[in-house]
Design a protein around this ligand. Structure first.
Ligand code: BTN
Length: 242
């Protein structure tokens, strides 16, 4: 493993992408920046955090040879690895809000942005970007986010947590190679935020409906039981869990 530490960069995911363009593809290269000036989130959003207080880093996996229909394997591995580490640090329940927000209680503590590269028909490389709120306690208007310091009351050493997270990612990849994706999905489902509970969802037009979360399909779609008792599977962009 190689750790590249930066004081600042636009985005650690973008930094790794640049490395790939320049032919640098070593498996488990980690880029950690104390500050990101253009941190990127899911759905084209920005990832804005107080400089120096949180963990913002990306891990490169290469030589994956993963079938594209199993892309969610990578999200599940990273999400569970973070849950492993956070569960040992706080008594607040840590879960995964599908597809890959990490929650502490009812608040988001960590976001994940995986970006995959293909070689022919298979996923060959993945840049797995992780933003974990650690020592930030003031989130301004955002009432639905939290951090380790907010939960536990003390400051944390970022480098130590980074080391634990990387170890956990490696452990999960070894424990669940891609051939065991379906077994991994079962473990992932057990950690799901609001599993077996009726929850409110919002569609693209702002319409709210209720459904019970049943689990996650191999395709990564969320399995829901609607109020009329029919089962559906939804993709991330179709409905948003409120
Ligand atoms: C989300 O929207 O929840 C995903 C946020 C992912 C943020 C991390 S921080 C490290 C890496 N670099 C980025 O620009 N984004 C990811």
């Amino acid at each position: 493993m190689q750790l590249i530490k930066l004081d600042a960069t636009a985005s650690t995911n973008l930094y790794l992408k640049e490395l790939l363009v320049n032919g640098f593809t070593a498996d488990y290269t980690v880029v950690w920046a104390k500050n990101q000036t253009k941190g990127r989130g899911q759905m084209g959003n920005q990832w804005l955090v107080e400089p120096g207080k949180n963990l913002t880093f990306s891990v490169l996996r290469s030589g994956l040879a993963l079938a594209p229909e199993d892309f969610f394997y990578l999200n599940a591995i990273v999400s569970l690895s973070i849950v492993d580490v956070l569960k040992s640090m706080t008594i607040v329940p840590v879960t995964v809000k599908w597809p890959n927000d990490i929650m502490a209680g009812n608040k988001k503590i960590c976001g994940i942005l995986t970006e995959n590269q293909f070689k022919g028909p298979v996923i060959d490389k993945s840049i797995m970007g992780i933003g974990l709120n650690v020592n930030q306690t003031n989130f301004g208007e955002m009432s639905n986010v939290t951090s380790l310091k907010t939960l536990v009351g003390t400051d944390f050493n970022l480098e130590i947590i980074l080391g634990e997270l990387i170890k956990a990612v490696k452990r999960r990849f070894l424990e669940y190679p891609k051939e065991n994706y379906l077994a991994l999905l079962k473990v992932y489902e057990q950690q799901l935020f609001r599993i077996n509970k009726v929850s409110a969802f919002e569609d693209g037009e702002g319409k709210i409906s209720n459904a019970m979360i049943l689990g996650v399909a191999r395709s990564g779609k969320l399995k829901l039981l609607k109020e009329d008792e029919s089962e559906i599977q939804i993709a991330f962009k179709e409905l948003r869990l409120l």
